[in-house]
Design a protein around this ligand. Structure first.
Ligand SMILES: NC(=O)c1ccc[n+]([C@@H]2O[C@H](COP(=O)([O-])OP(=O)(O)OC[C@H]3O[C@@H](n4cnc5c(N)ncnc54)[C@H](OP(=O)(O)O)[C@@H]3O)[C@@H](O)[C@H]2O)c1
Length: 370
């Protein structure tokens, strides 16, 4: 068979620490690579076609100078970037996997891949426990939803973001009906799951996001007091004062959001440190310095961080509980669709530049856009 186009997005050059990635320099769209779809597969290999990809904030952390330690293994320079996505198997020489199977998990950002995606391992001295080689988060078979919910849910509610919100709240929230939770980045994949699970548990939900459109979305999924933190300089403090005190803060943002939450916590409050997206593209010396950590002791606060990769054992329970809620319309998730690998870099940058109107999903095969 003639070679087939296999466009991809490559991690070309490590960015300056704390800087935004520059398109065409740090991450590059390559249109010209090709693949022989009839090539002989070795025993254990299988050929997949990429259907949907999920741009996610932690990928930024992996796109760094490989000599710098962090919580996940660095991506490999000169190779396609890797993230979670939905693929379909075209041919297989691996026992238990057959043509037509749908699989969800880590996969390179390219149109076709001979899996497993084998690349030289970089020795990683991370922060044990939790040290985790992210390239080993294997693809797992998933069923065809058969119209019960959209395919793209595999990159939002049923993907890593939804699972993270579920684990954060279920395992660390200790949430009780009647309590007040504040969810930052409430329109994100993680945040929108937390808002809805918190409502199911009977909590009052305060939620922040960066646009009026996102405020309406957060209201539509049940947030009692959604607000636009960009509306004014004092919006964070004003809204939290008006709707607090906060028993539980689900922190996706860090920085100024965390400081404002600490100012408005209730006695014995809990903070779940899930992410700090306000800091991912800013050098350490320029980050927002939190000035009120001393509120931790008189208020007897508890701050708990977690990494989802330590809790993969909860996935079977998650995949049992969440799909029925989606199918019954009890969970609603909004995605911002980007179309085509050629728009993959724009999709990735939308996580950080405020242009995503909801959880971004990159549609590689249009048949799976809905
Ligand atoms: N602990 C874990 O294991 C784990 C796993 C997955 C994700 N996370 C974390 O969970 C958080 C949400 O992830 P996600 O995948 O759900 O994200 P997402 O759907 O991709 O949404 C990211 C949103 O973050 C907001 N944002 C970007 N820059 C910001 C800034 N400087 N200040 C405030 N908000 C900013 C933007 O929304 P606005 O328009 O609202 O600003 C953006 O749409 C991230 O912090 C991520 O790192 C943690």
């Amino acid at each position: 068979m003639a070679p087939t186009a296999n466009p991809r997005i490559v991690f070309a050059k490590a960015p300056v620490v704390g800087n935004f990635l520059v398109e065409g320099e740090n991450i590059v769209y390559e249109k010209t690579p090709t693949i022989d779809l009839d090539q002989k597969l070795e025993s254990g290999q299988f050929l997949t076609k990429t259907l949907l990809l999920s741009p996610e904030p932690y990928m930024r952390e992996r796109m760094r100078d490989p000599s710098l330690p962090s919580y996940g293994t660095p991506m490999k320079l000169g190779q396609p970037i890797v993230g979670t996505g939905l693929v379909i198997v075209l041919r297989s020489e691996k026992e238990g996997i057959k043509a037509g199977d749908y699989m969800l998990g880590f996969t390179p950002w390219e149109a076709y891949t001979v899996q497993p995606y084998v690349e030289p391992r970089v020795e990683f001295k991370g922060f044990a426990p939790g040290t985790f080689d992210m390239d080993t988060l294997a693809l797992q078979p998933v069923p065809n939803p058969g119209g019960a919910f959209p395919w793209r849910s595999f990159c939002s509610a049923l993907g890593l973001p939804g699972f993270t919100g579920y684990v954060g709240l279920e395992k660390f929230g200790n949430a009780k009906a009647g309590e007040t939770i504040f969810v930052s980045s409430g329109a994100s994949g993680v945040g929108s799951m937390v808002i809805q699970l918190a409502k199911i548990k009977g909590l009052k939900v305060i939620a922040s996001a960066g646009s009026d459109e996102k405020v309406e979305y957060m209201r539509s999924i049940g947030a009692d007091a959604p607000f636009n933190y960009k509306k004014s300089k004092s919006a964070l403090q004003d809204e939290l004062k008006a709707h607090g005190p906060i028993d539980l803060y689900f922190d996706n943002v860090g920085g100024e959001h965390l400081e404002a939450a600490l100012d408005n916590m209730n006695l014995n409050g809990r903070v779940i440190a899930c992410g700090a997206i306000s800091e991912y593209n800013i050098p350490r010396e320029k980050r927002y310095g939190i000035k009120n950590m001393s509120r931790m002791f008189p208020l007897r606060l508890n701050l708990q961080g977690f990494l989802i990769t330590d809790h993969l054992g909860m996935q079977p329970r998650f995949l049992e509980e969440i799909p029925p809620l989606l199918a019954q319309g009890k969970l609603k998730v909004k995605e911002h669709l980007f179309h085509g690998l050629e728009n993959g870099i724009e999709a990735f940058q939308s996580l950080f530049d405020g242009s995503a109107t909801a959880k971004p999903v990159l549609v590689v095969d249009e048949e799976y856009a809905s």
